[in-house]
Design a protein around this ligand. Structure first.
Ligand code: NAD
Length: 503
């Protein structure tokens, strides 16, 4: 977009700025690869300035010492502002990340819910925990305090949702922060920072630096003025962030990828209704937001006796998913976020076919149409049958619309396949047998297990992964605890000498 003014998207100490270098970046609409916004492209110098501002606001500003009820009231005002701007933000998320507008709107609702949830959680807590020291002469209490300066690094698939799962608890607990959204989808996070100021958050508490991971993100992970680093993204960058944070002995939370099993027992398909529901949800599990979901059910593990019928119906429905620009009426699924993501997906499909997978639907770029500009990063929902655990496509996170199919004969085999991953974010079991449902759910080594469902989460329930899906939890009470230090205050009400030393 020739001549478009760059927006000032770096917010430091209450002021909107250009990058120190004056560099800018065009933000592309993945549906047509055309730029529709220009943002500041920060670097390490912008990150340093933002951390310093957050440090000052934490050490000297009012926010960490603001009463809990007032902090909660501000979070609720933010939720109201999100509801007010729902249409605009939902549309922005859709254009930036390539999802449908309806998905964008749902994201904004979930963001507002997160702010409300953490507001309710902190006001409902009461004070510290009094500890019985075994004598009336001691008053001992355990209290929680904010960690300090938090930095947050977020991905492109659910840009505002992932940011809000960090920002809402961090603020509820009284921290200050610097957030770095994905360089390709920064717009709604910038908009949220504006809403926080409108809601009355003091200057310096919320800072944002738009820019690349290798410079801004890396600096935010290692900066000596930072107390906690919270990262959501892929395993490769998450490992680097974890190492940088560990070198500075910072607290660190990592929300990484997943290779999530969707286990379907034949008994779940015994009725027409059960079969229809399991197929419908397997489709949703794998292809919502073109599979660019950390918890995508990208591994279908189906009982051998129903495989052929199940996969045939799944492939038929996958081929009918209406792909197109997310802002068009009737479109069910948008493009991938970038050409890089599409090429990565194509490489995984090619490797699967070379390793013996059988293509049942998709496997290519769709023909352009009225709702699918030729330049957009579209890729057809793809079902790969006859997959096995040694294939690269089964072991690694594709983060695209690719579903692999494996089969089992026994419950033990189903569990073994479902757990055969270095990740452990989420998984589902479909069965009409309540005992089996509980048994299998108990044996799955994943942070979220759905029984006869896929994808829902609750703000009051923890989210996070086993294994290489991460460290720590978001949402729920543990999602707030991440942003707190615990302090024991021991008060001697009748001090006297201990005479350990004769003196
Ligand atoms: P990514 O790792 O490429 O980038 C994530 C963020 O890290 C971006 O802001 C990026 O700029 C930054 N970054 C990159 N290299 C960095 C470095 N060396 N130091 C510091 N920061 C750096 O991930 P992505 O492609 O944006 O997102 C997709 C990934 O996110 C997938 O693996 C997905 O599973 C994961 N994800 C996980 C969850 C969850 O809740 N577990 C949620 C959403 C996405």
């Amino acid at each position: 977009m020739a001549g478009q003014q760059a927006e000032q998207t770096i917010h430091v100490g209450g002021e909107w700025r250009d990058a120190v270098s004056r560099a800018t970046r065009e933000i592309l609409d993945p549906a047509d690869a055309k730029p529709f916004a220009v943002v500041a492209e920060g670097d390490e110098r912008d990150a340093d300035a933002a951390v310093e501002a957050a440090r000052r606001a934490f050490d000297e500003g009012p926010w960490p010492r603001t009463p809990t009820a007032d902090r909660a009231a501000l979070l609720r005002r933010v939720a109201d502002l999100l509801v007010r701007d729902r249409e605009e933000l939902g549309l922005l998320e859709s254009r930036d990340a390539g999802k449908t507008v309806e998905e964008g709107r749902v994201d904004i609702d979930c963001v507002a819910d997160a702010f409300r949830y953490f507001a309710d959680l902190v006001v409902g807590e009461g004070g510290g925990r009094v500890v019985d020291a075994g004598t009336d002469e001691v008053h001992s209490v355990v209290v929680h305090e904010p960690v300090g300066v938090c930095t947050m690094i977020t991905p492109w698939n659910y840009p505002l949702l992932q940011a809000s799962w960090k920002i809402a608890p961090a603020l509820a607990a009284g921290n200050t922060f610097v957030v770095k959204p994905s360089e390709i989808t920064p717009l709604t996070t910038v908009a949220l920072i504006r809403l926080l100021a409108e809601a009355g958050l003091p200057a310096g508490v919320a800072n944002i630096v738009t820019g690349p991971g290798q410079s801004v993100g890396a600096r935010l992970a290692e900066h000596p003025g930072v107390d906690l680093v919270s990262f959501t993204g892929g395993l490769v960058s998450g490992t680097k962030v974890g190492q940088a944070a560990a070198a500075g002995v910072k607290k660190v939370a990592l929300e990484l990828g997943g290779k999530n099993p969707n286990v379907v027992f034949a008994d779940a398909c015994a009725t027409e209704e059960g079969f229809d529901t399991a197929v419908d949800q397997a489709l949703n599990a794998a292809f919502i937001h073109s599979g660019q979901v950390c918890s995508a059910g990208s591994r279908l593990i189906v009982e051998e006796s129903v495989r052929e019928r199940f996969v045939a119906e799944l492939a038929r429905r996958a081929a009918r998913i209406r792909l197109g620009r997310g802002t068009e009426d009737g479109v069910e699924c948008g493009p991938l976020v970038s050409e890089q993501q599409r090429e990565k997906t194509e490489a995984y499909v090619a490797s699967a076919l070379a390793e013996g997978a059988v293509l049942r639907s998709g496997g290519k770029r769709p023909e352009p149409s009225d709702v699918r500009p030729a330049a957009g990063y579209f890729y057809e929902p793809t079902v790969l049958d006859q997959c096995h655990r040694d294939m690269k496509v089964v072991r690694e996170e594709v983060f695209g619309p690719v579903l692999t199919v494996e089969t089992f004969r026994t419950e033990d085999e189903a569990v073994a396949l479902a757990n055969d991953t270095e990740y452990g974010l989420a998984g589902a079991v479909w069965t009409a047998d309540a005992g089996r449902a509980r048994r299998v759910a108990g044996r799955l080594r994943h942070g979220t297990v759905w029984i006869n469902d896929f994808h829902p989460y609750l703000p009051q329930a923890e989210w996070g992964g086993f294994g290489k899906s991460g460290v720590g939890r978001e949402l729920g009470p543990a999602g707030l605890a991440e942003y707190r230090e615990t302090k024991h205050v021991y008060q001697n009400l009748a001090p006297k000498p201990v005479r350990w030393f004769a003196g």
